[in-house]
Design a protein around this ligand. Structure first.
Ligand code: HEM
Length: 214
C-alpha cells in the first residue's frame, strides 16, 4: 500500500481518472444535453476536491499522525498538487462547455474569482519544479502559500453558496463539503507542536517544514 502510494505517477493517474470518471458519470446520469453538461461540471469539481485536500493537508497530517501512509503522501505532495491541477483542468473543459453552450448567466464576480483561481493553479503547476523554486526564492513560497489558500477559498465559497441556496440537494452537498473544507483549514492552521514538527522533519528530511509544493 505504502510502496504503491509512493509511486510518482499515482497522483497524476488519480487526477486523470477522477476527472474522466466524473465526466462519464455526468454523461450517463443526465437526462438531456444541458443536464449532462451541468452534471459533468459539478462532478468534475467534486472529483478534484480530494486531490486538493491531500496536497493541502499532507504536512499537517504527518505532523499529527506520523506513519507510513502520511509520510508517503507528504513525499509525493508535489505530485498530488499536479494531480489536482489535472483533475481541475477537466473541470475547466466541462464548465467551458456548460457556460458557453448551456448556461450563459454566470455572474462576472464568479468568472473573475474562478478565473483567478485557474491562473493560480496553472502558475503553481508550472513553477512546481526544484529549478523554479530556486529561481523564485522567497517569491516561490509566497506564490504557493497564497495560491493554496486562495484555491481553498474558492472551493469553500462555492460550497457556501450552495449551503445557503433553495435547492435541498445542493444545500446538503454545500453543507457537507463546506464542513470538510473548514475542518481541513482548522487542521492546517492549528498551532504546531514542537515534537510533531520534529517528527515530520524526520519523516521527510526537512520537507515538512519547507513551504508547500503543489
Ligand atoms: C471561471 C471559472 C469557473 C467557472 C465558470 C465555473 C463554473 C462552474 C459550473 C458551471 C459549475 C456547475 C454548477 C451547477 O450545475 O450547479 C461549477 C461547479 C463547481 N465549481 Fe466551478 N467554475 C469555475 C472555477 C472553479 C474553481 C477554480 C473552483 C475551485 C477552486 C470551482 C469549484 C466548484 C465547485 C466546488 C462546484 C460545485 C461542485 C459540487 O456541486 O459538488 N470552480 N463551476
Amino acid at each position: 500500500m505504502i510502496a504503491w502510494l509512493d509511486r510518482r505517477s499515482v497522483p497524476l493517474l488519480a487526477g486523470l481518472l477522477a476527472g474522466l470518471l466524473a465526466v462519464a458519470a455526468g454523461l450517463i446520469a443526465g437526462g438531456d444535453a444541458a443536464e449532462r453538461a451541468g452534471l459533468a461540471a459539478r462532478w468534475t469539481a467534486r472529483a478534484a476536491l480530494p486531490l486538493f485536500l491531500v496536497a493541502f493537508l499532507a504536512a499537517p497530517l504527518v505532523r499529527r499522525w506520523p506513519g507510513g501512509v502520511t509520510r508517503a503522501l507528504l513525499r509525493r505532495r508535489r505530485q498530488w498538487g499536479l494531480g489536482f491541477a489535472l483533475a481541475h483542468t477537466i473541470h475547466l473543459a466541462a464548465l467551458a462547455i456548460n457556460v458557453i453552450v448551456y448556461a450563459p448567466g454566470r455572474t462576472w464576480q464568479s468568472l473573475i474569482g474562478g478565473g483567478l483561481a485557474y491562473a493560480m493553479i496553472f502558475l503553481m503547476a508550472l513553477t512546481s519544479t526544484d529549478g523554479w523554486q530556486r529561481r523564485l526564492g522567497r517569491w516561490w513560497s509566497r506564490l504557493h502559500t497564497v495560491g493554496i489558500y486562495y484555491i481553498w477559498f474558492i472551493f469553500t465559497a462555492s460550497y457556501a453558496g450552495r449551503a445557503f441556496g433553495d435547492d435541498p440537494d445542493k444545500r446538503f452537498v454545500g453543507i457537507m463539503f463546506g464542513t470538510v473544507l473548514i475542518a481541513a483549514l482548522m487542521l492546517r492552521v492549528w498551532p504546531r507542536r514542537a515534537q510533531a514538527d520534529r517528527l515530520a522533519g524526520q519523516a521527510t528530511g526537512g520537507a515538512a517544514t519547507r513551504p508547500a509544493k503543489s
